[in-house]
Write a protein that binds this ligand. Sequence first.
Ligand SMILES: *Cc1c(COP(=O)(O)O)cnc(C)c1O
Length: 447
Amino acid sequence: MTVAATQDLVQERRLVTELPGPRSKALLARRQATVSNGVSAMFPVFIERAGGGVLVDVDGNSLIDLGSGIAVTSVGNAAPRVVQAVQEQVAAFTHTCFMITPYEGYVEVCEELAAVTPGTHAKKSALFNSGSEAVENAVKVARHATGRTAIVVFDHAYHGRTNLTMALTAKNMPYKQGFGPFAAEIYRVPMSYPFRDGHTDGPAAAKRAIDIITTQVGAGNVAAVLIEPVQGEGGFIVPAPGFLPAIASWCAENGALLIADEIQTGFCRTGAWFASEHENLVPDLVTTAKGIAGGLPLAGVTGRAELMDTVHTGGLGGTYGGNPVACAAALGSIKTMREFDLAGAARDIETIMVERLRAIQSRHAAIGDIRGRGAMIAVELVQPGTTEPDAALTGQIAKACHTAGVVVLTAGTYGNVLRFLPPLVIGHALLSEGLDVIEQAFDTLAG
Ligand SMILES: *Cc1c(COP(=O)(O)O)cnc(C)c1O
């Protein structure tokens, strides 16, 4: 029995109104009156219930979820173990502040993080509320531990929206435009992006980045190199084999820390607990969030114990970081991942999706590239026969999928990537139906 089957929501696509339906439209009008326009709504259908691989809206439409709320509900929405753990915890106590009077759940999450993150060395963690906050704190630890200030990041990177993480994020619109000035001591170098940079040789691509670090930053100034092992918002860019290990070796040889931002790739999403494992990478620090807690806000920084412990007592923390309800949810999620081998489920999803997408690509030259790992798969759309991005077609295909009741997301520096992040518990029949809808959208709209 799959997790999805234990949910009481019927796992089907069912449209009973146009999308958005009348109740969603009424809520949208209220939203427009009171919610800042700065917060976007890609697909303004208001959700009432969700479980397994479906989202049910306020008009009774049942949608196929190929987004997981941006790689968050990997264990499925309202996953049974998460619901139970949260209900028990919320009835027991909701908050004490871990820095004041601690509780077991926080410690247990840190024990799990030490067990599941890459490497067998002694590890310690600190917990936070959002991915951005985890990245900020990883940078704090790296600077404190090394006594250096420079942070190296990559083209197409996404690390968040707070002031420091805006500086770490590459893309201007919509994340940075008008929000500066940005934090100092951030240096950007070229990513390995085989579809666009012509380097299928990872070590050569790494050398290009390292040359810039050594000549423009100075090796001795680098506190950390921060990288997503598979870039998320940047468009599911998988670096050429050997790129990550070459960067890691350079860090080790030069006293710089390697921070893997596994916020999107972590917790079974790519077919392993962490994407670093695909290249035997053992980062000094790992940031986690998104998939960690089945939808509750929780984030972590996990790293070598001696690095995490260089910080003076009181130097890391926050009012809500590691909230007991969020910790209970994380423990329920991690249990679910183990019990149902969700890393294996992600690999099965990859097999199914890549085969279907290749078949679509064989008929539509607009698909320039199919890439990703596990249940983190994307297609990059181009003008046929070129690598010229086709953001317009990408938007049209996403919209057609939405209209037909399938939630897909877009991504990419050029806005020309369709990305798929299904819950890892999605039933294969439902996933296939989602792919049918994607295929139909290409057949109708693409050359
Ligand atoms: C989403 C994301 C973040 C930011 O997380 P928030 O919880 O939105 O602050 C940072 N890094 C990566 C790789 C992400 O995907």
